[in-house]
Write a protein that binds this ligand. Structure first.
Ligand code: ATP
Ligand code: MG
Length: 560
């Protein structure tokens, strides 16, 4: 038996697996991740993936990827491929790749066995009548008038269903359990419905399709899954999961439920994400504001950050919503260690150094990443005309503003001390340039006489600056829980400022940036060269996350 490494998390699921291995109930843990290929994976799936693949890895087991492709209406091969690619990106590989649709023949055979045993029947009622006769939490349901058909008749009708004798909705196959059961899921649930529809894997072979509850546990059983990990909303389906396996007398995996992932400002419902895409509210599934793995990757999220976040939040049995700042914290943690620093000015204001030798360009040495000694340094051109951020200058600064202002000396990062001597304005009074003098003795950023300055600001040489498009991304919604606003549609809370496009001035070494490269723009935030829209001739950068770390600050305040 292989024990989990010391660094792996512990939670009620891992405890259970450990106990099952120790007692000899199972020899090897086998899990699965079963997405329905009707959309792209999102951050909620990342939690389920980290759990099912995580425990398999930690305990020396196996984890399958299974396409839960039992519903032909919404599914597509495009999604199948995207799911595989996104899983690989997250750093996981599956032991077996399966399709629930490949189990259709076995499921069908098992269904006929239940019919023969008198445990399933063909019902002619409409979907509306079935749902109306299901009863409520307090009232029992009513038996269908077709419930007492003989197994022979049911078998004949079920064959005819499969053979296409009936139209959509004319008949269903239902499990025969108990219409008065306290758990509504056991009141004769539907197992098959008729859909004359092309299926992306089985084509026109089938016109009856199994329901989730009927297909899922049986697929788990076929694959020898030991622990079938799913989200809490399936807790009340577990008795049905068990009933199907027990009634067939087949191997019964253990279903265990855990809380869904919810994160402030992020939607984790594929249906709603599809609405965003189809309604043109975002530019696609890979829009960098989307909580899809595609979107997040494009925006600059790293798999390490996502996995660290999933590990941090752990596994619980109650639903809760995590702060977005916690996700940002893990993102910054990883980007801080791995991203090279660059200087970029996003709202440029010209600085003219009046005593700089005419036409001279000096190359100053800039450290690539102070967190990573191996990342070395680069040379950045410094000259007599520079760009600085407009908000690093104030003509009439308040007391607590320490950056550039008339008469004040500040440090230009890696360069010199400069002192503001004047301001140029246009006819409307707008500041067009700041005039300065520099102190040649402060080369590298320190004064030999020991005098101090209170601020260090970043800059880009105007003659060498690269122009680039910079997309400032923020939350897609203005409220933390857009889907939970009573009486309102989540689309009412779209943030009109979630994408603000500016033209930036970038230091020239960024000319080599290619799609997917991540940087920290000093004093601003982390940015990624857009893998979709950036070209060497027209660079596009996306703001991954700002530098401000409200979450860590709040934790410190609370003494954590
Ligand atoms: P949706 O309601 O968005 O369609 P789903 O649960 O139907 O989500 P699937 O593709 O069927 O999506 O999910 C595959 C697996 O991922 C399931 O085991 C499901 O429980 C899990 N999963 C989906 N969303 C989340 C989430 N927000 N948190 C944790 N696990 C999730
Ligand atoms: Mg689903």
């Amino acid at each position: 038996m292989i024990e989990a490494a010391d660094t792996s998390p512990t939670d009620f699921i891992r405890e259970r697996i450990r106990a099952d291995l120790q007692s000899g109930k199972i020899k090897q843990v086998v899990t699965r991740f079963p997405p329905e290929p009707n959309g792209y994976l999102h951050i909620g799936h990342a939690k389920a993936i980290c759990l099912s693949f995580g425990v398999a890895n930690e305990f020396g087991g196996r984890c399958n990827l299974r396409m839960d492709d039992t519903n032909p209406a919404a599914e597509d091969q495009e999604y199948v491929e995207a799911i595989q690619a996104d899983l690989r990106w997250l750093g996981f590989s599956w032991d077996g790749m399966y399709y629930a649709a490949d189990y259709f023949p076995q499921l069908y055979t098992w269904a006929t066995q239940l019919v023969e045993k008198g445990l399933a029947y063909v019902d002619d009622q409409t979907a509306e009548a079935i749902s109306a006769s299901r009863g409520t939490l307090t009232a029992p349901g009513k038996n269908s008038p077709f419930r007492d058909r003989t197994p022979e008749e049911n078998l004949r009708l079920f064959f005819e269903m499969r053979d296409g004798k009936f139209g959509d909705g004319q008949k269903v196959l239902r499990a025969k359990i108990d219409m008065a059961h306290a758990n509504i899921n056991l009141r004769d649930p539907v197992m098959y419905r008729i859909r004359h529809m092309h299926h992306q894997r089985t084509g026109a072979k089938w016109c009856i399709y199994p329901m989730y509850d009927w297909a899922h546990g049986e697929s788990d059983s076929i694959e020898g899954i030991t622990h079938s990990l799913c989200t809490l909303e399936f807790e009340h389906h577990r008795p049905l999961y068990d009933w199907f396996c027990d009634s067939l007398g087949i191997y019964k995996p253990q279903q265990i439920e855990f809380a869904r992932l919810n994160v402030e400002y992020l939607l984790t419902s594929k249906r709603k994400l599809l609405q965003l895409v189809e309604g043109g509210h975002v530019q696609g599934w890979d829009d960098p504001r989307m909580p899809t793995l595609r979107g997040m990757r494009r925006r600059g999220y790293t798999k390490e950050a996502l996995r660290a976040f999933c590990k941090h939040i752990g596994i619980a049995r109650f639903n809760s919503t995590h702060e977005h700042e916690l996700l940002d914290f893990h993102l910054r943690e990883h980007l801080n260690k791995t991203s090279q620093r660059r200087m970029a000015v996003l709202d440029p204001l010209k600085v003219v150094i009046e005593n700089w030798p005419q036409g001279e360009v000096e190359l100053v040495e800039a450290i690539n990443n102070p967190e990573d000694a191996t990342s070395g340094s680069r040379q950045v051109p410094f000259a007599g005309e520079l760009w600085i951020e407009r908000d690093d200058f104030m003509e009439n600064p308040p007391k607590d503003f320490f950056r550039m202002a008339p008469g004040r000396e500040v440090r230009l990062r890696y360069g010199y001390f400069v002192k503001c001597t004047g301001i140029d304005k246009d006819a409307d009074g707008n500041i067009t340039a700041v005039r300065c003098t520099y102190d040649p003795l402060t080369k590298g950023g320190n004064a030999p006489d020991g005098r101090k300055v209170k601020a260090t600001i970043h800059w880009v040489s105007a003659a060498h600056a690269l122009d680039a498009e910079v997309r400032l991304l923020s939350h897609l919604f203005t409220v933390k829980d857009p889907a939970e606003q009573e009486g309102h549609d989540f689309l009412e809370f779209l943030n009109p400022k979630s994408l603000v496009v500016v033209r930036g001035k970038l230091e020239p070494s960024l000319q080599d940036a290619r799609g997917g490269d991540r940087y920290q723009f000093e004093r601003i935030g982390y940015f990624t060269c857009d893998s979709k829209d950036s070209k060497p001739s027209e660079l596009v950068f996306l703001r991954t996350v700002t530098l401000k770390d409200a979450w860590q600050k709040a934790q410190k305040k609370q003494g954590k």
